[in-house]
Design a protein around this ligand. Structure first.
Ligand code: GAR
Length: 228
């Protein structure tokens, strides 16, 4: 009998997920969460948020996507989905803070109440974090606090872990270090390379991010109610 954590015996097709939070009834709000999204890459997580909204699960509206790369897939997805998208090319700004001031202005002008970093590949500064206190969340392709920073999937393979996964967390000043909202775990299978493992993790990300956003939304709205 293999040890319980010996994932070498796991059939990756039948058991792609080792553990995922129980999804209960999706919380419904007095009015839908009004979200901004930030993305740098292909935008599959951004689209997963929209699909969850469309399915009637995540009670939210994606008011605006901001991308920092002109030709990124996320921008094309926004156009296809009919979601407003603005480009803020980081190369046009003198500092991280200058970019973040512009992001704050952009999101505030759009009237968003919280911001989801769905594959935003830039370090953010207190300028952005403090403008949305507790209301800036990020998805990262590892089981934090392991493998923070760039190329988390490559780091996981390099370390030889048998279980990998993804985390959604609140963003604080230290990179990938804020309170964890939700995590999902997948096996690392024999013969995995970066692409195959990243794809398995992404399948879970697409389920996890909408659910974690809904959970975070409950807190945001409860805090707003407390403030009257
Ligand atoms: C996702 O896997 C996300 O976890 C990762 O970027 C990918 C974006 O994919 N984020 C980070 O690595 C942040 N440190 P997508 O553009 O297809 O959503």
């Amino acid at each position: 009998m293999p040890a319980p954590t010996d994932t070498s015996q796991i059939n990756g097709e039948r058991y792609p997920t080792l553990t995922f939070p129980t999804i209960g009834p999706w919380p419904k709000f007095q009015r839908p969460l009004c979200l901004g999204v930030m993305a740098s890459g292909s935008g599959t997580n951004f689209e997963a948020l929209q699909e969850s909204i469309h399915a009637g699960d995540l009670d939210a509206e994606l008011r605006l996507l901001v991308v920092n790369r002109p030709g990124c897939g996320a921008k094309a997805r926004a156009e296809r989905l009919g979601i407003a998208c603005e480009l803020r090319d980081h190369r046009q700004f003198d500092s991280r803070e200058a970019l973040d001031h512009e992001l704050v202005r952009t999101f505030q002008d759009a009237g968003v109440e919280a911001v989801v970093m769905a594959g935003w590949m830039r370090i953010v500064t207190p300028v952005l974090i403090e403008a949305f206190p507790g209301k800036l969340i990020n998805i990262h392709p590892s089981l934090l606090p392991a493998f923070k920073g760039m190329d988390a999937v490559g780091q996981s393979l390099q370390a030889g872990v048998r279980i990998a996964g993804c985390s959604v967390h609140e963003v604080l000043k230290d990179v990938d270090a804020g309170p964890i909202l939700a995590q999902a775990a997948v096996p690392v299978l024999p013969g995995d390379d970066r692409d195959s493992l990243a794809a398995r993790i992404q399948r879970e990300e697409h389920r996890l991010l909408p659910w974690a956003t809904a959970l975070a939304g409950q807190r945001w709205r409860a805090a707003a109610d407390d403030q009257g």
